[in-house]
Design a protein around this ligand. Sequence first.
Ligand code: GSH
Ligand code: FE2
Length: 357
Amino acid sequence: MLQFRQLFDPQSSTYTYLLGDAGSRQALLIDTVFEQARRDVALVEELGLKLLWTLETHVHADHVTGAWLLKERLGSRIALAAASGAEGADRYLKPGERLEFGKRHLEGRATPGHTNGCLTFVLDDRSMAFTGDAVLIRGCGRTDFQQGSASTLFRSVREQVFSLPDDCLIYPAHDYRGLTASSVGEEKLYNPRLAESVGEQDFIGYMENLGLAHPKQMAAAVPANLKCGKPAVERAFSDEPAWAPLTYTFAGIWELQPDWLEEHRREVQVVDVREPEEYIGPLGHIEGARLVPLGTLAARAKELDAAQPIVTVCRSGARSAQATVLLRKAGFDKVANLSGGMLRWRTQRLPVDGGTE
Ligand SMILES: N[C@@H](CCC(=O)N[C@@H](CS)C(=O)NCC(=O)O)C(=O)O
Ligand SMILES: [Fe+2]
């Protein structure tokens, strides 16, 4: 079975794809985004996957890849086309090469035209093709910079993508309207630039008159991507909170483990967001925890000390997760949720005030 997720970066309208082999747990990511690497780490870990590869469909001009960051954090290896001209990858793919993950594999087909090193990754059973910027949904990548060539792109798409089965799904690297997927059959009929009814000269004429401004991040993105996203100062996740060993969840919450809190209780403000009767109820409460029920938190946030980190607590860790969101909105930046709440705290036999055995 295949585990599959389509992820989106709203800043650059980039899609990142996670593919995992359910049996072996081996996985890969296609076209990661630097600013989303933390999200991707959280998802890979929550799904219990082992990230083997990050793949690039090409050297992007509009965002920096997360490949280097993910390699630092998860030990994944970086692969892209030999023709990309990028340095720092672990594997340089030649046209037609396979990349295995567990029992599954992708075939990298050369689809130059948007750039020289563009690859389309085709899933083993030809049910999905990750076309990068060669084929977009009812569109295609521009051909006016980075070795772009409309006639090369025309041939690539016709020979390497439109030769796939009509029901093969197309997953592009971008969509600027929020469309998520298409199929080979559909694009052969309805792509306004590349449909089978369109001739090569029509296509070239269309591409010469796109009139698009260069991507806003191009000057920084291309050199960084030619180094697979390695920053000038080599520090992974330099904005990581330093006050405690926090984990970031795919839900977007910073979490803290109970044993750390027990050891460092006096260095933080513990805010218990349950109702008063729960605070004095059978689960008890953490010594020194300040009771601020969730419904009153936004109004009472000013009672808290902005200089000292805050750990929020509730019964299971759900309401206190929302409390971290409210506190961040109120301007507190050192905030974390106690993972598992009082239930896990008690399971781990950590001390409480009040409560019953
Ligand atoms: N406004 C976007 C420009 C996006 C852009 O030019 N995208 C490239 C892909 S790298 C493209 O080929 N776009 C084709 C199109 O929009 O038709 C930005 O600043 O990032
Ligand atoms: Fe691109």
